[in-house]
Unconditional design. Structure first.
Length: 132
């Protein structure tokens, strides 16, 4: 993600706002998107900007908590990351195994890992980086 001044100011404004509920957080986020005239960034990108610009943006634990999708998954120190390979032909002819064009066999389009892999052209490095 490009860290231009608008995105940094957007994240700074979002992090500096005292917000009590998740609904207030989303409403303020929508308000700022209109104000800064930017495409809605995903939470992963916002968190990346927030961490990379700590000198400019005041630390806010509530903001960090709202942007972390599932902090419980990595409490044990283990984070599961799905990485899909390019859709090469499979020699198997299993009747129950789904096969869609452009998607690795046994996966279905619409699954988060599949959509992420498709968007990143099945590049394993970017799949892991985007997920973490």
């Amino acid at each position: 993600m490009i860290h231009n001044k608008n995105i940094i100011d957007f994240v700074g404004a979002l992090a500096n706002k005292k917000i009590a509920t998740g609904e207030q957080f989303l409403n303020f986020k929508k308000e700022l998107i209109s104000k800064f005239k930017i495409q809605p960034p995903n939470n992963t990108d916002l968190l990346e900007v927030y961490h990379n610009h700590q000198k400019q943006i005041k630390r806010n634990p509530y903001f960090e908590k709202k942007l972390n999708k599932r902090p419980v998954l990595s409490l044990s120190g283990v984070a599961v990351v799905s990485v899909l390979t390019k859709p090469y032909p499979c020699p198997g002819r299993c009747l129950y195994c789904p096969s869609e064009k452009g998607i690795p066999k046994s996966y279905l389009s619409g699954e988060p890992a599949v959509e992420r892999a498709k968007g990143l052209k099945y590049n394993p490095y970017w799949q892991v980086k985007k997920r973490i």
